[in-house]
Design a protein around this ligand. Structure first.
Ligand SMILES: *[C@@H]1O[C@H](CO)[C@@H](O)[C@H](O)[C@H]1NC(C)=O
Ligand SMILES: *[C@@H]1O[C@H](CO)[C@@H](O)[C@H](O)[C@H]1NC(C)=O
Ligand SMILES: *[C@@H]1O[C@H](CO)[C@@H](O)[C@H](O)[C@H]1NC(C)=O
Ligand SMILES: *[C@@H]1O[C@H](CO)[C@@H](O)[C@H](O)[C@H]1NC(C)=O
Ligand SMILES: *[C@@H]1O[C@H](CO)[C@@H](O)[C@H](O)[C@H]1NC(C)=O
Ligand SMILES: *[C@@H]1O[C@H](CO)[C@@H](O)[C@H](O)[C@H]1NC(C)=O
Ligand SMILES: *[C@@H]1O[C@H](CO)[C@@H](O)[C@H](O)[C@H]1NC(C)=O
Ligand SMILES: *[C@@H]1O[C@H](CO)[C@@H](O)[C@H](O)[C@H]1NC(C)=O
Ligand SMILES: *[C@@H]1O[C@H](CO)[C@@H](O)[C@H](O)[C@H]1NC(C)=O
Ligand SMILES: *[C@@H]1O[C@H](CO)[C@@H](O)[C@H](O)[C@H]1NC(C)=O
Ligand SMILES: *[C@@H]1O[C@H](CO)[C@@H](O)[C@H](O)[C@H]1NC(C)=O
Length: 353
């Protein structure tokens, strides 16, 4: 008898336990359900974007109809695994409009491209929730203001393109938290100040485009970027000497500093440290001194422009064994002597005045 009541008690206890856990499960499910983020969330985020687009000259957004899944909408690609929006590419669609905060709900977004439209205003903070982003591309739009500091919040970002807008002020140093970044393109804005020294933290960088801005200083730390292949800083307000480390980055293939106020000379051994140099444009600056005597060691050189500087001395004959050279531009300098014809027949453009 005692045993039986004990047994019943156990059963009751078990049932209570089971009921409780069921109840708990239901409760948890309910909580998740209320805040559930799914493809429907993506749809409402995109419809919010659609309602913020005030001009659609090619009637592209007629296609964004709720009669079909967002995964079939023009400009949208969904991920195969989660069936959530993974890529939003509205480049070259002629849109005018602003970016609503709702885009921050596209939590599976990996690539965001809005190039060559007329989006304007500022970028909403909610975009910083998109932790999966690898590509952010807002080139050729009309965004204004400073580059938001929350751009430091993308742990996987590889490509960052803000060219051709009206961003102003200095680059926020939080950007240099993006340790996975490979390409940064801020060309054609009104950015100013020194290029932050924290750029030296982005050791994965392969390409930097900062041309057509008002930057005034290249930091020494750029020399830490051992994978940097392309450095474009033409048409800025750079002045003083280029840090010697720039002439010492063995991975560089392209160096473009045209149209600044840089001075100083080129190190004679530049090619010893720069075996891969292909394109060098130092034109329209105040560089002076002789050409490096061992320029012929830059065997991969394709295009060299030193126009409108104050280089002097003679042009070394050995320049003639740069057989890859396609163009060499040395006019408006202070070279002496008459230039001897280049033995290498590959040179198709040669300007020395
Ligand atoms: C998405 O979640 C909502 C609740 O937030 C739900 O009503 C809807 O059915 C879900 N949609 C899909 C496609 O799972
Ligand atoms: C939108 O365009 C895509 C491809 O361009 C097409 O597959 C889809 O059916 C279109 N949807 C609507 C609603 O027109
Ligand atoms: C976005 O679309 C444009 C035009 O269709 C295309 O050239 C570009 O490669 C696309 N970008 C991405 C990241 O898919
Ligand atoms: C999406 O984002 C907007 C604005 O940031 C917000 O109001 C909305 O509640 C969010 N959630 C869903 C599920 O749409
Ligand atoms: C993109 O915009 C820029 C600036 O407006 C323009 O020069 C360029 O031709 C455009 N490209 C395309 C493919 O529309
Ligand atoms: C910098 O990155 C870390 C890790 O990805 C992140 O936790 C932190 O919030 C980021 N800081 C800023 C200022 O974005
Ligand atoms: C850059 O790296 C230094 C250490 O080298 C670290 O102290 C600093 O916080 C980093 N800056 C950013 C913006 O991540
Ligand atoms: C250039 O690199 C060489 C070897 O890689 C090193 O010895 C030299 O100190 C460097 N010079 C500068 C100015 O960084
Ligand atoms: C250019 O260099 C020469 C000497 O090589 C010097 O006399 C002249 O003042 C310099 N010109 C400028 C504009 O710096
Ligand atoms: C280039 O010219 C120099 C001097 O004449 C010579 O020592 C060197 O071997 C040449 N290099 C090549 C790759 O032909
Ligand atoms: C060399 O580069 C300059 C500007 O950097 C360009 O104008 C010129 O067309 C290029 N020459 C060749 C042969 O590619």
């Amino acid at each position: 008898m005692e045993e039986r009541s004990h047994f019943l008690l156990s059963i009751t206890f078990l049932l209570v336990l089971q009921y409780t856990s069921l109840y708990m499960a239901k409760l948890t499910q309910g909580t998740v359900g209320a805040a559930q983020i799914n493809i429907t969330t993506d749809q409402s985020a995109l419809l919010a974007l659609k309602s913020h687009i005030t001009s659609d000259p090619h009637n592209i957004l007629v296609n964004w109809s709720t009669t079909t899944s967002v995964c079939n909408w023009v400009g949208i690609t969904c991920g195969a695994r989660h069936l959530r929006v993974a890529s939003l590419n509205l480049s070259y669609m002629g849109f005018t409009g602003t970016i609503p905060p709702h885009l921050g709900n596209l939590s599976f977004l990996v690539a965001l491209s809005f190039n060559n439209n007329s989006f304007h205003g500022t970028l909403p903070y909610e975009l910083s929730y998109l932790h999966r982003l690898k590509l952010v591309s807002f080139g050729y739009n009309n965004f204004v203001g400073s580059i938001p500091s929350w751009f430091g919040a993308f742990p996987k970002l590889q490509g960052f393109y803000l060219y051709g807008n009206q961003f102003s002020g200095s680059i926020p140093t939080t950007i240099f938290n993006l340790s996975t970044l490979r390409v940064i393109v801020l060309s054609g804005n009104q950015l100013s100040g020194g290029i932050p020294r924290e750029i030296g933290n982005l050791t994965m960088l392969n390409e930097i485009y900062l041309d057509h801005n008002n930057f005034n200083e290249i930091p020494q730390e750029i020399g830490f970027l051992h994978q940097l292949e392309k450095l474009y800083i033409e048409f800025n307000a750079l002045k003083g000497h280029v840090p010697m480390v720039v002439f010492n980055m063995s991975s560089l293939t392209t160096l473009t500093l045209y149209g600044n106020s840089l001075s100083g000379g080129l190190p004679d051994n530049i090619c010893q440290h720069h075996p891969s140099l292909e394109k060098v444009n130092l034109g329209d600056n105040q560089f002076a001194g002789p050409l490096p005597s061992k320029l012929w060691q830059c065997t991969k050189l394709l295009n060299l422009s030193l126009v409108e500087n104050n280089f002097s001395g003679s042009i070394p004959k050995t320049i003639g064994n740069l057989t890859m050279l396609k163009g060499i531009y040395l006019d408006s300098n202070n070279f002496n002597g008459i230039f001897v014809a280049l033995p290498c027949l590959d040179v198709i453009q040669l300007y020395i005045i």
